[in-house]
Design a protein around this ligand. Sequence first.
Ligand code: DAH
Length: 353
Amino acid sequence: MGIAEELSALRSKALAAVEMADSLDTLESVRIAYLGKKGSLTAVLRGLGALSAEERPVVGQLSNEVRATVEAALADKRRSLQATARASRIAAEVVDVTLPGRVRMPGKSHVIHQVVDEIVETFVGLGYQVAEGPEVELDYYNFTALNHPPDHPARALQDTFYVRDLSGERAVVEGESDVLLRTHTSPVQVHIMETQKPPIYVLAPGKVFRRDVADPSHLPQFTQIEGLVVDEGITFGDLKGTLEHFVKRMFGEDRRVRLRPHFFPFTEPSAEVDVSCGICGGEGCRSCGGEGWLEILGCGMVDPKVFGHVGIDPERYTGFAFGMGAERIAALKYGIPDLRLFIEGDTRFLHQF
Ligand code: DAH
């Protein structure tokens, strides 16, 4: 085969190889194989020296044409492979702007925590400190030091959770005081007065436990917030003014406060506090049971007998205390008819707050 035939065979092979190339990398190896310094074209042209002077320019021109044709085919193929690569990259990156967005459901504070925080903030604004006491408590702190007589009904088994030891007997500390789950936050008053000297301005939120079956208005575990003030010259008027400030901050400036005489073993005198109904404004309606008023807390002046247990001089100091249930406050604030909603963990309910 003469050089001219070799050249045209090379051209057909090269063009076929270009046509077959399915990637830019393959295409580059085709280029190197045929047109590269050590490629087939160079190899064929090595035979040029053996040709006659007349044949040489003819074959030279033919080889230039072959090179130009193959280069043009390479360039065409390169463009088309680049276009295909770009199109598939764009297809892979496509964003469907008509899809709905991703919904994020961030966690949040439970409504009872929010209400406790709001109450705490109100009293911290009045200069109160926040304190906590144990949830597992001694009878002494929960009852005796708070002036409950030994046969007080709250001490009965059907009202209080008593802690049992491993033998199943009621747990007793130091041979005398039963161990129980505190039934109210009032024992924190005793812990505070045992360890701090007046002036005392303290708020104590925490869990309390009672042997109640959960129903719309009772929970076996709920949250109380206890307040205690002990200072020189504290009067019932200070208690009333403090509670009025609290009620208006919590429920609104238009709400009124009413104190009704009541009895608690650890305060004397004692009162229950009502807030005027937010729906009828005190007229009486279905939501306040026709009363016009809703009970929100218990309070009173610290009984001198309680001061006696903690060594505070009742001749020098007086004080007031109050206690409220956070679930009840939240239910009244938001119009929630059943306290069990607070503990069921249904996010459709909880996400509304
Ligand atoms: N501890 C009482 C209860 O659980 C509430 C209470 C009433 C607390 C009067 C007080 C108070 O501090 O002075 O029912």
